[in-house]
Structures are given as structure tokens and as C-alpha cells.
Design a protein around this ligand. Structure first.
Ligand code: ZN
Ligand code: ZN
Length: 411
């Protein structure tokens, strides 16, 4: 049997993750999480990390069969518990300066057939326990990065008609292409891509729009932007001074909406795969920033459970712009994985905002962020609202408008 995953490109992915994604520093420790299926990539990453001068590399593995065993056989109380000790340890490692690398690649529909009440309880317990570590990640107190590995279970979902080996090969190629490691010099390609995203941010930050107005089929939505919001995209300088590319791939520029100033209705343009369930054709209506009505043709119950997580779950924490012609969108593949699908389309996210999407965000307290319109929640869930049929106007404080996107492309 031949290896369906190109070993040279896999090595390039590991190199890009360590050198561009993390910019791992001499002597810096690294905490990784990975599905067991991604072991070949973990080995390459570990080697690259030590070659880059890593202090200590520690990896935590998960396994789909073990996850399912819990849902099928664990006692009921299990679903209100999470490994808090592990996340406390991770938070400690980050306080000590460690970088974070996550490999995604599990079957996004793994839990689709399990009891949704148990899934939501387990997610809630996990989000709560993860919070101390996740805050350090989402606030960029450290350099971090997330990449993907083509697990067979995921590949078979994305390419259901193909034999497993062929599906893995196709998904691997799609990941390599989207992650810009299918070129001769991926490090140079990433530098050029970062410069392009930085120029889009400079335009939007110069305009200082008060709101964005989205119009398209099933969508007429005005998203007020937070006071002192800042557009971000591509590379980020973490608070430890390291410039990292947190998401590989990434095509988006994004900022913080005003939690109280979103009005109108919006329809999703791609299905949302949320922790094992598929939510499709989402239609929601906002009043005063809050979702007051939510419908979906599929997964409506899951959607409403998500919205009831906490008060902030019904409000927006992110708005992001991605041209319809982005390479991921052009691939036409539905990955069922937010890391990819969010980079195929303009999107909004329910829940927690990013403090870095404010001018001098690193210096703002939680209360200041709230006063400027930043949302807080245990969740952060991106869903896609862009397509080749969506127009976006920027609206200034004085009411004047400028076209930002027309038919899904930069105007
Ligand atoms: Zn986003
Ligand atoms: Zn997001």
C-alpha cells in the first residue's frame, strides 16, 4: 500500500507550523494536543521543534474510539466533569512561557449519533474547565498555532464516495494547498500572504467604520463595531513578543462587533459543524445585539442549546471578511471543520470576543472591554454568512457609506 499523504509536503507543513505558525523560540517549551491518528505529523513537529531549539515538547493525545466509549458506557455523572487538573497544568505551562500547538483532524461528526444532552453537558463542563488555559491562548499571552492532519475518519466524511486511501490523499492535498505548503518556498509564500492581509487591515483600520451592513439572499444585517475596535489578520504579535500565525490556514481579516448594536436578520451560507452535530440553514434575527429568534433546517435543537449556554452566547464576538475567491472557497470542498470553512467565507461568531481586536487591547481590563462593546461568553462559534451574492457596505459614524465588498469580493 502506498502512503496517501505526500511525506515531503507533510514535512513542509511541520516546518511552516514551527517556523511561521509558532516562531518557536530558542529554549521555549511546547505543549501539543493531537489525535493519535496524527502521530506521523506529531513526530515531524517534535523533530522540527527541537531543531528550532525547543526546551521540552509535551504532547497530549486523544482518540475517537475512547471518546465514543465514554458516551456509550460512562455513568451519567461523567458528563458534568472535565479534566480540570490538565487545563490548570496547561495554564501553568503557558505562565511559564510555553507555546501551544493544536492539531485538529478528528471526524467532526463523531458525536452526531450520541445523546445531544450529554454532548452539551460534556462540552459545557469542558469549556468551564478549559477557561483558565483558553484565556491565555485567546488573549495571545503566548504564541500559538493550530494546523490539521487528514485523519481517515475525517477524510471519509469530506469525500464520502471515495475509497479511504483516495479520500485521505484528496484531503491531504486540500490541507496542503490551503496551508500554502504545496509551493517551492512555503515560508516566503506565508510572508507575502501576511503582507496582503496586513494591507486589508490597514485600509479598514484607516476607515474606522461604525458599522458594516450585509445584504444578500435571506440577509439584511447591520453589525455595529465595538468602540476602539481594531481589524486583525494574518500574523499577530503575542504578548510575549513573538510574532505568530495562530491559524493555518487563514484568509480572514476580523474585528470585534458591538455586543449591543447588531440589528436585522442573517442566513448562514454553509452548514455549521459543531462538536459532532451539523447545523444547517441557520436563520437568526437580532434585536439590540441579541439573538431573539433562531431557526435551522437541521440541528435547530443543538443551535438553541448553544444559544442558551450563557447570556453572551446570543451576542456576537467576531465579524470577519474573506473574499469569495479565497483558495479554500475556490476548492469548493466543505471541510466540516471551522478552521477551513471559516476561511472560505465572511463569517460572524457567537460568544467571546478577542481582546486583541481593540486598539491597545492588551492593556484593557475586562470591564473596559465590556464598556466598549466587547462580548464575553464560554463559547466562540464561527458560522458562515458570506457568498458570491453578498454585498457589504461600511457605514461611518456620520452615516456615509463606502462599498467594502461586492458580490463577495473586495470592492
Ligand atoms: Zn474568524
Ligand atoms: Zn472565530
Amino acid at each position: 500500500m502506498t502512503n496517501p499523504i505526500d511525506p515531503v509536503k507533510l514535512e513542509k507543513l511541520a516546518e511552516v507550523a514551527i517556523r511561521i505558525g509558532l516562531q518557536l523560540q530558542e529554549g521555549q517549551d511546547l505543549v501539543m494536543t493531537a489525535p493519535v491518528a496524527a502521530l506521523p505529523l506529531v513526530r515531524l513537529l517534535t523533530r522540527e521543534a527541537y531543531k528550532a531549539g525547543a526546551g521540552l515538547v509535551t504532547t497530549f493525545y486523544s482518540d475517537e474510539e475512547c471518546t465514543l466509549a465514554r458516551y456509550r458506557h460512562a455513568r451519567d455523572e461523567s458528563f458534568d466533569r472535565a479534566s480540570g487538573w490538565l487545563y490548570e497544568g496547561m495554564a501553568k505551562a503557558f505562565e511559564g512561557g510555553a507555546a501551544r500547538l493544536a492539531i485538529s483532524g478528528d471526524n467532526p461528526m463523531l458525536l452526531a449519533g450520541e445523546d445531544p444532552a450529554k454532548v452539551s453537558r460534556a462540552n459545557r463542563a469542558n469549556s468551564k474547565a478549559y477557561k483558565p488555559a483558553l484565556e491565555k491562548i485567546s488573549n495571545f499571552e503566548i504564541n500559538w498555532n493550530i494546523i490539521s492532519y487528514p485523519n481517515p475518519s475525517w477524510a471519509k466524511l469530506v469525500f464520502p464516495g471515495l475509497p479511504e486511501e483516495e479520500a485521505v490523499a484528496r484531503l491531504a492535498d486540500a490541507i496542503f494547498k490551503a496551508s500554502r505548503v504545496d509551493v517551492a518556498d512555503p515560508v516566503a509564500a506565508w510572508k507575502a500572504h501576511n503582507a496582503n492581509l496586513a494591507s486589508r487591515c490597514a485600509f479598514l483600520n484607516g476607515e474606522r467604520f461604525a458599522a458594516l451592513h450585509f445584504t444578500g439572499p435571506g440577509t439584511d444585517l447591520t453589525v455595529g463595531l465595538a468602540d476602539g475596535h481594531e481589524w486583525q489578520g494574518g500574523a499577530t504579535t503575542a504578548k510575549n513578543g513573538v510574532i505568530c500565525n495562530a491559524n493555518i490556514p487563514t484568509e480572514e481579516v476580523f474585528t470585534t462587533p458591538h455586543a449591543l448594536k447588531v440589528e436585522g436578520h442573517v442566513s448562514s451560507t454553509k452548514p455549521l459543524s459543531h462538536q459532532g452535530s451539523l447545523i444547517d440553514n441557520i436563520r437568526v434575527r437580532f434585536e439590540g445585539g441579541r439573538i431573539v429568534e433562531a431557526k435551522a433546517s437541521k440541528g435547530e435543537e443543538v443551535l438553541n442549546k448553544v444559544l442558551d449556554t450563557d447570556e453572551g452566547a446570543r451576542r456576537l464576538g467576531e465579524v470577519a471578511l474573506v473574499p469569495h475567491s479565497s483558495p479554500i472557497s475556490a476548492s469548493g470542498i466543505l471541510f466540516y471543520n471551522t478552521l477551513f470553512d471559516e476561511n472560505a467565507s465572511c463569517h460572524i461568531a457567537l460568544g467571546q470576543c478577542y481582546s486583541k481586536c481593540f486598539v491597545d487591547g492588551g492593556k484593557l481590563s475586562g470591564d473596559q472591554i465590556k464598556a466598549q462593546g466587547g462580548n464575553s461568553s464560554l463559547i466562540h462559534i464561527d458560522w458562515m454568512i458570506g457568498s458570491g451574492e453578498v454585498d457589504i457596505d461600511g457605514i461611518r459614524a456620520d452615516g456615509t457609506r463606502t462599498p467594502v465588498m461586492r458580490k463577495g469580493e473586495w470592492a
